[in-house]
Write a protein that binds this ligand. Structure first.
Ligand SMILES: C[C@@H](N)C(=O)N[C@H](C)C(=O)O
Ligand SMILES: [Zn+2]
Length: 217
C-alpha cells in the first residue's frame, strides 16, 4: 500500500542502497568501483539471461569484494591497461551470498554441470567475497571473444584443455590469446586461476580465504 512503512525507497533508507548492499558493507566489503571507477560491472545473476534463467540478486547491481581483493583487481586492471589501453575489465560477479550458491547447487547437483558450481556446504570463494567472474571488454563495453560465453558449463570453457582445443581447431588463436590477456593481467596481480572456468579467479588459496574471512550468508 502507500503507507510510509512500505515505501519503495529502499525500505526508508536514504542512501540509495538496498538491504543486500547494507549487509555487505556491514561485513566489511566494498563496492569495487570505489577503488577503481573505470572497472565495468554487469552482474550476470542480476539479469534473467544467466544459467538460472532469473535475477537471483534482487536489487543488487554493484560488485562487492573485501578490500584486499578489490585492490588486487585495481592492480590487474592497471596491468591490462599497460599493454592494452583500449581494453577494460568487465566484472560479472564478485561476492555471492551462500543463499544464492545454494539455489545454484540445487540446479546443478547430480548433473554434468555440478563441477562448475562450488558446493555451498563448504562455501564458494565467491561466498567469502574473495573471487570474481571477469572478462575483458573494449572501451564501448563489447566483450572480447573468449571462445565460449561466461558460465558455459562444458569442456570448451576449461583452460586446462585450451591447447588441445586450439590444435583441434575448436578454439581459434585469437580466442586463446584473449584468454591469455585476461589471465596474464589477473595472475600478475596475484589472482589464482581455475582449471575449468576461464572467467573465474580466486584472490587467495582456499585455506587463506577461510582463515581470513567469513561466509556471507
Ligand atoms: C557458477 C560459476 N560462475 C562459479 O562461480 N563457479 C565456481 C566454481 C563457484 O561456484 O565458486
Ligand atoms: Zn566464479
Amino acid at each position: 500500500g502507500s503507507s510510509p512503512m512500505h515505501s519503495p525507497a529502499a525500505g526508508g533508507h536514504t542512501d540509495g542502497k538496498g538491504d543486500i548492499e547494507r549487509r555487505l558493507i556491514g561485513q566489511g566489503l566494498i563496492d569495487v568501483q570505489t577503488t577503481d571507477p573505470l572497472l565495468l560491472v554487469d552482474l550476470k545473476y542480476a539479469r534473467s539471461d544467466n544459467f538460472m534463467g532469473e535475477n537471483v540478486y534482487g536489487d543488487l547491481r554493484k560488485c562487492y569484494l573485501h578490500p584486499e581483493p578489490a585492490l588486487m583487481l585495481k592492480e590487474a586492471h592497471a596491468r591490462l591497461h599497460d599493454r592494452n589501453p583500449d581494453l577494460v575489465l568487465l566484472l560479472l560477479d564478485g561476492v555471492r551470498p551462500r543463499s544464492v550458491q545454494q539455489r545454484m547447487w540445487e540446479m546443478v547437483k547430480n548433473t554434468p554441470m555440478q563441477p562448475y558450481v562450488a558446493n555451498p556446504a563448504r562455501g564458494s570463494m565467491h561466498n567469502y567475497g574473495a573471487a570474481v567472474d571477469v572478462t575483458i571488454a573494449r572501451a564501448d563495453g563489447t566483450p572480447l571473444d573468449m571462445g565460449t560465453g561466461v558460465d558455459h558449463f562444458g569442456m570448451l570453457a576449461q583452460p586446462r584443455e585450451e591447447q588441445r582445443f586450439l590444435r583441434e581447431g575448436m578454439l581459434s588463436p585469437e580466442q586463446v590469446a584473449n584468454r591469455e590477456i585476461l589471465r596474464n593481467a589477473m595472475l600478475e596481480a596475484g589472482f589464482q586461476p581455475l582449471a575449468i572456468e576461464w572467467w573465474h579467479f580466486n584472490a587467495f588459496d582456499k585455506d587463506t580465504t577461510r582463515r581470513r574471512y567469513a561466509i556471507i550468508e
